[in-house]
Design a protein around this ligand. Structure first.
Ligand SMILES: NC(=O)c1ccc[n+]([C@@H]2O[C@H](COP(=O)([O-])OP(=O)(O)OC[C@H]3O[C@@H](n4cnc5c(N)ncnc54)[C@H](OP(=O)(O)O)[C@@H]3O)[C@@H](O)[C@H]2O)c1
Length: 508
């Protein structure tokens, strides 16, 4: 490898817009490695603090040509992608992508593939596994058979700020003092802190060439989900939870329940709850031979929860479960040509003078959503979020990664940040289920007489007749929702900035 005297390896990272990949890149960089990211939407990595230290290429793991280009000159290739949640035949997509990845890595002379998959229960035939676990295991097998030395890391529940598993645990426990739970709360699992996962991922890059195998990775605790909820409540300072389990709650029903109570939508909760029916504990800890554990590591559940909560309180959540894009959501940015695609583009345009500086107005614009809400008719926004959840969408409650700052690619309730010109423009792209494409643009401006102006555009590109009908059916409410929003944003900008330390963010 190109690494003789500690010059660092050349690492290809896929999934850098996702939860794990987005955290791995800075870790690899700080170890002195060089990083190239393959991403479907490179723009979404633009505002990451490490963006100017990593190379980003456009690509898709299902497209052999782009993978071939990305693999060129690489020593190590990280496979941190999955098609789960895309509906359809995600197993086939993942199988095909893994095959392409293995073949292209081999052709490019890559020295090692590193893949993070799921821990599977011992002795359970593949057909009895949940589709998600079965697919993760299959991807591992394909990569191991690629002819390239491969490290497959198999983790159960990952605990870290913003991970789907942690958010599920947090919201369920914080919101429900009394819980009627499915029987899977009695299944034993071995969670692992995200910092240990990252340590193993980074360390795996330097495994000897003759090592090609799977490793179970987990923390020191083996416990049931019920116990995890109890431990969470105690660490978060909540009164003890009363947990009553009933056998009738299927994974399907549980995922509806999780979708209702937590911000994790049904599409992501379903594979997680399905997997929780299996006992997933480590059967070996051979990884320590190649990536030794420093004293006190891996960390236990309590410490992982404390660290995750601390990050949430300090608004230092680096990536979240919602960092990756939503299946079916458009990835193309808003074209500047208003006659785009030859179809109609409906617009709701509002503009008004603001009795505050452009900077003060921008602070309100950048702080929109999450706990601050949408500045008009909260019930209408909430109902829209619920309706979206009902049809399997992400709903309004994904909140914000950071209470004050946004970066391109952040999820923001049912939007995604598509463009930011700091101090001036915030453009959001809708990720709720809609019969068309929608954007919301907010501008903070100063006119030629030095007065601050707020400009807001809601844009909708309808798909088919249903799309047109949708726009016309909601347009009577626009004055209330968008007009009220513009007025209240202008008012909020004129308010003095509240002082004081940042408060703990309880689960909403
Ligand atoms: N998070 C956990 O708790 C956990 C637990 C155990 C194991 N794992 C494993 O860790 C790995 C990473 O999981 P994660 O939680 O980080 O996932 P994630 O947040 O959902 O991110 C998935 C990533 O895959 C990318 N991707 C999907 N399809 C792609 C394609 N066709 N071409 C290129 N990129 C594509 C996404 O890019 P876009 O942004 O373009 O969609 C995104 O960056 C997975 O193998 C997962 O099974 C995770």
């Amino acid at each position: 490898m190109s690494d003789d005297a500690g010059t660092g390896l050349r690492c290809l990272v896929t999934g850098a817009t996702g939860y794990i990949g987005g955290r791995l890149v800075p870790e690899l960089l700080s170890e002195g490695h060089r990083v190239r990211c393959l991403a479907r939407s490179p723009d979404r990595l633009r505002d990451h603090p490490w963006a100017d230290r990593a190379e980003v290429v456009r690509g898709d793991v299902t497209d052999a040509d782009s993978v071939r280009e990305a693999m060129r000159g690489m020593d190590v290739a990280y496979y941190l992608v999955h098609a789960m949640g895309t509906g359809g035949d995600f197993e086939r997509t993942d199988r095909e992508a893994a095959r392409i990845f293995g073949e292209q890595a081999r052709a490019a002379g890559v020295r090692r593939i590193v893949y993070l998959g799921g821990l599977t229960p011992a002795g359970v035939p593949a057909r009895e596994l949940s589709p998600h676990l079965r697919s993760r295991a299959e991807v591992g097998r394909i990569l191991l058979e690629s002819g390239v030395p491969t490290t497959v890391l198999r983790a159960a529940v990952i605990i870290g700020s913003g991970s789907a598993s942690f958010e599920m645990l947090r919201y369920l426990t914080e919101r429900l003092p009394v819980m009627v739970t499915p029987s899977w709360v009695h299944t034993r699992i071995q969670p692992i802190g995200v910092r240990d996962v990252l340590r193993y991922l980074v360390g795996s890059a330097r495994m000897p060439d003759d090592v090609s195998r799977a490793f179970d990775i987990g923390g020191p605790d083996v416990l049931t989900y019920r116990e995890m909820m109890r431990r969470y409540a105690s660490i978060a300072g909540l009164p003890p939870r009363l947990i009553v389990s009933v056998p009738v709650l299927t994974p399907r029903l549980s995922s509806h329940w999780v979708g209702l109570v937590t911000p994790v939508p049904r599409s992501i909760a379903r594979p997680l709850t399905e997997s929780l029916r299996h006992e997933v504990v480590c059967h070996e800890h051979d990884i320590a031979r190649y990536v030794p554990d420093p004293p006190g590591r891996p960390i236990g559940l309590d410490e992982a929860v404390e660290l995750a909560l601390q990050r949430v309180q300090d608004a230092q959540v680096v990536t979240r479960w919602s960092s990756a894009s939503v299946s079916g959501a458009p990835s193309d940015p808003l074209p500047t040509d208003p006659d785009w695609a030859g179809g109609s583009l409906y617009t709701d345009h509002r503009e008004l003078a603001v009795d505050a500086s452009q900077k003060a107005l921008w602070r309100v614009v950048e702080g929109i959503g999450g706990d601050n809400g949408w500045y008009s008719f909260p019930l209408a926004w909430a109902v829209r979020g619920w309706l979206d959840r009902l049809v399997g969408g992400v709903g309004l409650r994904r909140g914000r990664r950071d209470a004050a700052r946004l970066r391109v690619g952040d999820s923001l309730d049912f939007w995604r940040v598509e463009e930011i010109e700091p101090g001036h423009l915030l453009r959001l792209r809708a990720e709720m289920r809609l019969p068309g494409l929608a954007w919301l643009e907010m501008y903070a401006e100063t006119d030629d007489r030095g007065r601050t102006r707020y400009r807001q555009r809601a844009l909708f590109h309808p798909r088919g007749l249903l799309g047109h009908a949708y726009w016309w059916s909601v347009s009577p409410f626009h004055a209330l929702v968008f007009g009220g929003m513009a007025r209240n944003i202008a008012k909020a900008a004129a308010q003095p900035v509240p002082a004081g330390p940042r408060e703990h963010t309880p689960a909403r």
